[in-house]
Design a protein around this ligand. Structure first.
Ligand SMILES: Nc1ncnc2c1ncn2[C@@H]1O[C@H](COP(=O)(O)OP(=O)(O)OP(=O)(O)O)[C@@H](O)[C@H]1O
Length: 362
């Protein structure tokens, strides 16, 4: 296992001139030894580029990759001792499941007794013990991908195991089981795992630390709770959560907070000027008319989602801003088309300037 430190940037084109020429803008990042990380972001944000730079399939156009303080920037994947699991199964059809799992160990002349022990352990973790003697050729795509996962995890001495969207081909129900399984495997094997995905549920269930990326930038690294509670960037607020955070344009001026033509009490510590107020649907509560920290909206839509009702409401005035509020079972539901007051200020409310979080004591 290794502590992996990146201090680099990458452009696929020579002589990059502007931010958009970079697949990865200059970044510093550390993956601690034994940690479970996810790289999360939309298509094209640079996840695979970062993964390939860690594995050694790609050399960064500038900067360094350190493993335990050693410069590995120019080292090959073999020298880095990395295991990789890709989107699609990489298995030998003519071999049995056991032979496939043993392959990475046999390649490194690990003694047979150790191979048997480790293959048995991994097969048990992946619930494949009953299939060890079956030929891989006869297995389903799901089972083959489980073998690929097992082959990635079988060597105890790797620097890290890298996963590139490994559950894409997996049936949705099994996917859910495997996500939880991988988390358990991480706890038991204590390998450094780095997992690329564009699926927030996958990232948040699997990883201890999620690196949220957009357009070549790692905008926040944090636990699921931190990304939910204190998104450091509006992109994170919007990308994490379903639906994402609500944002309202605001202005701190003359000792008040102006939003949608109304003046609210100014939270302490907030700098003056243009801001965005961010509040998650989970924290946007119904309020009494004219309550402090609340704003009037019009109830546009109510969706009963079984465990809760999702209210869609719009602010009056020039902004016409639309927000979503997740109403609990005790909420007195407004009539569609009727005015509704929503509590926008509270301990969970965040403020953003130039899309970055402003730290305040609300
Ligand atoms: N070999 C390449 N040559 C030129 N540009 C590339 C190459 N690979 C990726 N890019 C560009 O670099 C940027 C980042 O791509 P990357 O594949 O790292 O993103 P990603 O987040 O992994 O996306 P996806 O989820 O679609 O795989 C994109 O703009 C992409 O078009």
């Amino acid at each position: 296992m290794a502590r992996i430190a990146l201090d680099l940037a990458h452009a696929y084109r020579a002589d990059p001139q502007q931010d958009s020429d970079y697949a990865l803008l200059p970044l510093q990042m550390v993956f601690e030894d034994g940690g479970a990380y996810a790289l999360l972001g939309p298509s094209g944000c640079g996840k695979t580029t970062m993964l390939n730079i860690i594995s050694g399939l790609l050399q960064p156009s500038q900067g360094t990759v350190l493993f335990d303080g050693r410069d590995m920037t120019r080292a090959t994947p073999q020298q880095r001792n990395i295991a990789q699991v890709f989107q699609f199964p990489v298995v030998y059809d003519t071999m049995t499941v056991a032979e496939n799992l043993a392959f990475p160990l046999r390649n490194r002349n690990v003694p047979q007794a150790q191979i048997d022990q480790r293959v048995g352990q991994i097969a048990e973790m992946l619930e494949m013990s009953g299939q060890l003697q079956q030929r891989a050729a006869n297995l389903s795509a799901d089972a083959k991908q489980k073998i690929s996962l097992g082959r990635g995890l079988v060597r105890p001495d790797v620097s890290a195991v890298l996963f590139d969207e490994p559950l894409t081909v997996i049936d949705p129900h099994l996917k859910w089981q495997l996500r939880r399984k991988l988390k358990q495997i991480h706890r038991e094997l204590k390998l450094t795992l780095i997992y690329v995905t564009h699926d927030q549920v996958e990232a948040l269930t699997f990883a201890e630390q999620v690196v949220v990326m957009t357009r070549g930038r790692a905008v926040q690294t944090g636990s699921a709770a931190a990304l939910f509670e204190r998104p450091r960037h509006t992109f994170v607020g919007n990308f994490i959560g379903s639906p994402g955070m609500n944002f309202l344009p605001a202005e701190a001026v003359g000792g008040v907070l102006r939003i949608a033509g109304r003046a609210l009490p100014l939270p302490p510590g907030l700098p003056s000027g243009a801001l965005k107020l961010g509040v998650r649907p989970e924290y946007l509560r119904l309020a009494a008319a004219e309550a402090a920290g609340a704003l009037p909206f019009t109830a546009d839509k109510l969706q009963d989602l079984g465990t809760h009702v999702m209210l869609t409401a719009s602010a009056g005035g020039a902004t016409g801003q639309v927000v979503k509020a997740r109403l609990g079972p005790d909420a007195v539901l407004p009539q569609v088309g009727a005015p509704v007051w929503l509590q926008v200020l509270g301990t969970h409310t965040c403020f953003y300037r130039d899309e970055e979080l402003v730290e305040v004591g609300t």
